[in-house]
Write a protein that binds this ligand. Structure first.
Ligand SMILES: Cc1cc2nc3c(=O)[nH]c(=O)nc-3n(C[C@H](O)[C@H](O)[C@H](O)COP(=O)(O)OP(=O)(O)OC[C@H]3O[C@@H](n4cnc5c(N)ncnc54)[C@H](O)[C@@H]3O)c2cc1C
Length: 588
C-alpha cells in the first residue's frame, strides 16, 4: 500500500477556483474515476475523479477553499501510486520504433493463458481498424472487447444509430417544407417500436459485418473487461466471472471514452439521459431539455424536435457548437431558434430535481425555472484511460484520463500504443480509424506517421455544419494570416431548388502561396461536401485548383468551385466588383 496525493489538474486559465462540494469522507472506499471533489468557477463546474481505486486517508480542502492547478485535494491509500504531475504535457518524448521481430520491451510472461503478438484493447472504429490492418499486414492479432457486440461507441451508440434517426428527422423536415411548395402531407404518425427496430437493424448489419470480418482475418476476439497487470500482461474478466490472462508483444489501447456526468443532476432517474439513453427512444417527451449545445446535443435535439418534442437547449458558452466559426453556425441557429421552445446561451444549469410531475430545472442568470419530461445531458466525453490499470505497465496517463502519444501513436512505453478517443485529439471516429492504421503499420515495421493537415468535423444537424483545417476563430487565436472567400448559396441554383439558400461555402487560403488552409460549409450535405476541400488541403493544392476543376452543374459541390472563383476574381455567377473595377480602369 502507498499513498497518492490527488492534485488539481490543468484547469486551463483558471486560478483560485472555489471548492463547491466534497463528495467523499475519510475512510470511504472509492473506485477509479469516482468523483472526489467538485470545483466550480463562474464559467463551469468540474468533478475531480480518483485516478485509481483506494481509500480516502485525508481531505486537504474544505468547501469554499480556493484552489489552483497543483493544489492538494485528497490523499488516497492505493495499491500502487500513479505519479500525478499536472505539469506534464500531452505528448511524451519521442521513443525509438521497435522492429516487430525484436523482442518487445519488458519480459513476456510465459505462463499466460494466451499469447498475442499484437493485442488490441477495444473494438470501436479505432480498435477494429487497427486489428484488421495489423492482420492484413500478416500479424497475429487478439482483440479484447467487454461487450458481446463489436463496434464500440460509434457503431452501437454513437455515429450510426444517431445518423439513422437523423435521416428520419430529415425526411420529416423535408415533408414539412414541401407544404410551402404545394405538396402537403398529413402530420407523420410515429411508430416508435418500428423506428427503434429499423435503427437497430442498421446497427446490426454493420456490427455483424465486423464479426464476420474478424473471423475472415483470423482475428481472435476475447470478450471481457481488460486490465493491465504488467508491461506485457493483461487480465481479462470474462462475462462468466473467470479471469483469462493474455501476454503480448505489442498492445494497442483503443478503449474510447464515455459521457461526462454533471454534478447536481439526478443521473439515476430514468428520465435523465445521456446520448446512449436518448438513442434508445423510450418515448417522445413533450418537453425535452438538452444540456449542451455541442454537436451531440444538437443532433439529438434535431431528432426529438422532428419527432414532436418541444426542445429547450441550454449551453454554457455564448454560442452553439463552440468549435465552429460563428458565420457557419448562424443558419442553424436561425432555423432552430424559430422552432425550439428556447435556446439559452451563456447559461448554466444550476440544479435539476426529480419530482413526480417532471424534472424541475433551475438556471443561472435570469432564465426562468422550468419543468421537463426528460433531460438529455450532452456536455462532452471523457477518455477511459484512467481505469485500465495502465500504471502497472508504466504507461503515462494524464490527469484527465488521456493517454499521451507521439505521431506514431506510441505511448511513453515502446511497445504500447494508444489510439482514438483515449489518445486525445478530436474525439471522432474517422480520426480513431486513421490512428489505428498508423499504429498497426508502425508495429508491422512500416514508416507510418499520423500527420494530417486537417481532420473534418461535421454536425449532422439541419442544416449540416462542417469544417476542415484552419478556422477563422483559430486563425485569430494563433495570429495566422489568411484570405477568405465566401460563396452564398442564395446564388446557387441547386441550393435554391432544395431549400438550402441559407447555406454558405467558405475557403481560407494562404495570402502568399494561395494554398488552401481551411474550409467551412453550412447547408444540406455539408458533411459530404467538406471532403473536397479536405482533399485539396491534404494535397497542398491552391484554392485556384478548386476553381479550375470543372464541377457538374447544378450541384452543391459547385459552391466550392465558386468560392474559389471569388478568391481568384474569376466569378461570373455573382457581381464581380474586382473585375468590373479593373475593366473600368483599363477603359479610362
Ligand atoms: C451520440 C454520438 C454520436 C457520435 N457521432 C459521431 C459522428 O457522427 N462522427 C464521428 O466521427 N464521431 C461520432 N461520435 C464519436 C465516436 O463515436 C467516437 O469518436 C469513436 O467511437 C471513438 O472510437 P474509439 O475506437 O476510440 O472508441 P470507442 O468507439 O469508444 O470504442 C472503445 C471500445 O473499447 C471497449 N473497452 C473500453 N474499456 C475496455 C476494457 N477495460 N476492456 C474491454 N473493452 C473495453 C468499449 O466497450 C468500446 O467498445 C459520436 C459519439 C456519440 C456518443
Amino acid at each position: 500500500m502507498s499513498t497518492l496525493d490527488v492534485l488539481v489538474p490543468d484547469i486551463g486559465d483558471f486560478t483560485d477556483v472555489p471548492v463547491a462540494e466534497i463528495l467523499v469522507a475519510v475512510g470511504d472506499a472509492v473506485a477509479a474515476e469516482d468523483p472526489l471533489v467538485v470545483l466550480e468557477s463562474d464559467k463551469s463546474s468540474m468533478e475531480i475523479p480518483a485516478p485509481e481505486a483506494g481509500t480516502v486517508k485525508d481531505i486537504k480542502v474544505a468547501v469554499g477553499d480556493a484552489v489552483s492547478e497543483g493544489s492538494a485535494l485528497v490523499v488516497l491509500e492505493v495499491e500502487s501510486a500513479v505519479a500525478a504531475d499536472p505539469s506534464e504535457g500531452t505528448v511524451p518524448p519521442e521513443v525509438e520504433v521497435e522492429s516487430p521481430a525484436a523482442p518487445a520491451k519488458g519480459t513476456v510472461p510465459s505462463d499466460a493463458d494466451l499469447h498475442a503478438p499484437v493485442l488490441v484493447l477495444g473494438s470501436g472504429p479505432g480498435g477494429y481498424a487497427a486489428a484488421f490492418r495489423a492482420a492484413d499486414l500478416g500479424l497475429e492479432v487478439v482483440m479484447v472487447e467487454r461487450h458481446a457486440i463489436l463496434g464500440g461507441v460509434c457503431l452501437n451508440v454513437g455515429c450510426i444509430p444517431s445518423k439513422a434517426l437523423l435521416h428520419v428527422a430529415k425526411v420529416i423536415a423535408e415533408a414539412e417544407t414541401a407544404g410551402a411548395h404545394g405538396v402537403s402531407f398529413d402530420k407523420p404518425e410515429i411508430d416508435l417500436d418500428a423506428l427503434r427496430e429499423w435503427k437497430g437493424s442498421v446497427v446490426s448489419k454493420l456490427t455483424g459485418g465486423l464479426q464476420q470480418m474478424a473471423k475472415g482475418r483470423k482475428v481472435q476476439v476475447v470478450q471481457g473487461e481488460a486490465r493491465f497487470t504488467g508491461p506485457n500482461l493483461l487480465s481479462v474478466l470474462t462475462p462468466e466471472g473467470e479471469t483469462t490472462t493474455i501476454s503480448f508483444d505489442h498492445v494497442i489501447v483503443a478503449a474510447g471514452s464515455r459521457s461526462v456526468r454533471l454534478p447536481g443532476v439526478p443521473h439515476d432517474d430514468p428520465r435523465v439521459m445521456d446520448s446512449t439513453g436518448a438513442l434508445e427512444l423510450a418515448d417522445v417527451p413533450e418537453r425535452l431539455l438538452v444540456v449542451g449545445g455541442g454537436i451531440i446535443g444538437l443532433e439529438m435535439a434535431t431528432v426529438y424536435d422532428a419527432l414532436g418534442s418541444r426542445v429547450t437547449v441550454v449551453e454554457l458558452a455564448d454560442g452553439l457548437i463552440p468549435g465552429a466559426d460563428r458565420d457557419l453556425v448562424k443558419p442553424l441557429a436561425k432555423r432552430i431558434g424559430g422552432r425550439y421552445a428556447a435556446i439559452h446561451l451563456g447559461t448554466r444549469v444550476e440544479s435539476i430535481e426529480a419530482a413526480e410531475d417532471g424534472l424541475h430545472a433551475t438556471f443561472s442568470g435570469d432564465v426562468e425555472d422550468a419543468t421537463f419530461d426528460r433531460v438529455l445531458v450532452a456536455v462532452g466525453r471523457i477518455p477511459n484511460g484512467a481505469s485500465l490499470g495502465l500504471e502497472a505497465a508504466g504507461v503515462h496517463v494524464d490527469e484527465r484520463g488521456f493517454v499521451p502519444v507521439d505521431d506514431r501513436r506510441r505511448t511513453n512505453i515502446q511497445h504500447i500504443y494508444a489510439i482514438g478517443d483515449v489518445a486525445g485529439g478530436p474525439m471522432l471516429a474517422h480520426k480513431a480509424t486513421a490512428d489505428g492504421h498508423v499504429a498497426a503499420e508502425v508495429i508491422a515495421g512500416h514508416d507510418a506517421v499520423f500527420e494530417p493537415r486537417g481532420i473534418p468535423s461535421v454536425a449532422y444537424t439541419d442544416p449540416e455544419v462542417a469544417w476542415v483545417g484552419l478556422t477563422e476563430t483559430e486563425a485569430a487565436e494563433r495570429d495566422v494570416a489568411f484570405e477568405k472567400s465566401v460563396f452564398p448559396w442564395s446564388a446557387s441554383g441547386r441550393a435554391l431548388a432544395i431549400d438550402g439558400a441559407d447555406g454558405v461555402t467558405k475557403l481560407l487560403r494562404d495570402p502568399e502561396t494561395g494554398r488552401v488552409l481551411g474550409a467551412g460549409i453550412v447547408g444540406p450535405s455539408a458533411g459530404d461536401l467538406i471532403a473536397e476541400p479536405g482533399f485539396a488541403l491534404e494535397m497542398g493544392a491552391d484554392v485556384a485548383d478548386l476553381g479550375l476543376t470543372i464541377h457538374a452543374h447544378p450541384t452543391l459541390s459547385e459552391t466550392i468551385m465558386l468560392a474559389a472563383e471569388i478568391a481568384d476574381g474569376t466569378i461570373t455567377d455573382l457581381p464581380n466588383k474586382v473585375a468590373m473595377r479593373a475593366a473600368k480602369k483599363a477603359k479610362a
